[in-house]
Design a protein around this ligand. Structure first.
Ligand code: SAH
Ligand code: SF4
Ligand code: F3S
Length: 449
């Protein structure tokens, strides 16, 4: 088989934006070979799982999902005698061959370094049967050299680095994504210009730590240079994720004041507010350094919306350590906080640390933190009531098809009634002004101005 004409596929994606972006590349490749994307497993001849191993029990869930596929009937018109099931992403990279021993009816396993091999592996599985497994130790090329099929026509993810060199002591990502590699500035500029020409309104630059961009490239271009070239390409809205506080420079902070396209929102993971725990996490910054960054960011862009990640219950976290975390979350004031309970990842340094805090104590800390996060998010949204904000429309609200849903510059979700006689298809991807009349914890609502 050398094409996939007549076949259907669906990709199920877990984990971070890096995986979501890889899934867009997979869809692009499979569509390029003639296959058609479908929404459900029932309709799909080929099912691809893009997996994540950061979250607890991710493998247990994956095993359950793959095993349950046995009971899903084939699509009536399928030319295949069986459904082809592939597992890729970070669990594929970590477990490789072992997955086919635990899940005998799995057909294909691939890793994070060889997305481009997936079509050949699928074709071999269709023609020859058996288990087709390929997991490589490192990437020879950037996945951006592969075609892409974007989830939203007007928003694009643009990877500028892959991999991670930071080895935070709890984190599995450096082991499943490999060493950090930067993409040449010219390639990034060319891709950004292509997106602008194609009508894309928003670009999100991606990397596990975008701030360390360029160290491995000739001439050592810096992340601020990337921001400048993408802004110069004429994009309407520019965002990036993720930033490591140890590498966020004054130069980048200043861009929040000077670059037209850079949106007033920043995700800056703090992980903990305790210097002792930050050191044990190998984060290489202190609470004081982090707060200093926040001060500079607010000086450059007074209305900036901040979001963060926090881990509760890291090995050895005491009541005082947690209070430090609680206080820093209160002091900074985040629009959004992604809260995680620490979970041990085999092979990481933290897995060797004494971890004896009772589960109930950690849960109680976690619940207190979540309460604070909600209270703060509600408070911080209140000044939006009465303001008019430009909203990039994504589609309708999940609950009500007469309400549009979009994003403000600060990345807040905004709802507004769709005007009589206007079709959502014509609004999606455009920027409309919404006068906010109510600010809730997780969204703003109002009327089109
Ligand atoms: N490169 C990004 C994202 C890494 S993973 C960054 O550095 O911010 C996303 C989040 O998952 C991390 O920020 C961390 O808060 C959380 N996380 C990672 N490993 C974890 C673990 N073992 N237990 C609990 N949370 C974890
Ligand atoms: Fe993991 Fe730290 Fe790298 Fe983020 S910076 S991916 S938390 S090792
Ligand atoms: Fe998960 Fe892999 Fe991203 S482990 S967080 S999908 S890099």
């Amino acid at each position: 088989m050398s094409t996939l004409f007549g076949l259907t596929f669906c990709v199920h994606t877990f984990g971070c934006q890096m995986n979501k972006h890889d899934s867009e590349r997979i869809s692009g490749m499979l569509e390029g070979l003639g296959a058609t994307s479908v929404a459900t497993i029932e309709e799909a001849d080929i099912v691809v799982f893009m997996t994540c191993c950061v979250r607890e029990a991710a493998d247990v869930r994956l095993y359950g999902q793959v095993a349950s596929l046995k009971n899903v009937a084939l699509r009536p018109q399928t030319p295949l005698s069986k459904r082809i099931v592939a597992v890729g992403g970070c669990i594929g990279q970590r477990d490789g061959e072992k997955l086919t021993r635990d899940l005998p009816h799995l057909d294909v396993v691939f890793g994070t370094h060889n997305l481009g091999s997936l079509p050949a592996l699928l074709m071999a599985a269709i023609d020859e049967g058996g288990h087709q497994v390929e997991v490589l130790d490192a990437s020879s090329s950037f996945p951006t050299e592969l075609p892409s099929s974007r989830e939203l026509a007007w928003a694009a993810w643009l990877p500028i680095t892959i991999g991670c060199d930071n080895f935070c002591s709890y984190c599995i990502v450096p082991y499943v994504r490999g060493r950090e590699k930067s993409r040449p500035l010219e390639d990034i500029a060319a891709e950004a210009s292509g997106y602008v020409a194609a009508g894309v309104k928003e670009i999100t630059l991606l990397g596990q730590n975008v701030n360390s961009y360029g160290r491995d490239l000739y001439g050592a271009p810096r992340f601020a240079d990337v921001l400048d070239v993408v802004d110069a390409a004429g994009i309407e809205r520019l965002r990036f994720a993720t930033s490591h506080p140890k590498d966020l420079t004054d130069e980048v902070i200043e861009r929040f004041a000077t670059l037209r396209s850079l949106q007033p929102a920043l995700h800056l993971p703090v992980q903990s507010g305790s210097n002792r725990i930050l050191a044990a996490m190998n984060r290489r910054y202190t609470r004081e350094h982090y707060l200093g960054l926040i001060e500079k960011l607010r000086a450059a862009c007074p209305d900036i919306a901040l979001s963060t990640d926090v881990i509760v219950g890291f090995p050895g976290e005491t009541a005082e350590d947690f209070e430090d975390t609680y206080r820093i979350v209160e002091e900074v004031g985040y629009h959004q906080v992604f809260t995680f309970i620490y979970s041990k990842r085999e092979g990481t340094p933290a897995a060797q640390m004494v971890d004896d805090t009772p589960r109930e104590v950690i849960q109680e800390r976690f619940d207190r933190l979540v309460d604070l996060v909600q209270r703060k998010a509600f408070e911080l949204n209140q000044p939006e009531a009465g303001r008019t904000v430009p909203v990039l429309v994504e589609g309708t609200s999940k609950r009500d098809a007469s309400i549009l849903m979009g994003k403000s510059p600060k990345n807040q979700t905004v709802h507004a009634r769709i005007p009589q006689g206007v079709r959502i298809e014509d609004l999606a991807g455009t920027i409309v002004n919404v006068r906010v009349d109510e600010a809730r914890t997780w969204y703003l609502s109002g009327e089109i101005a």
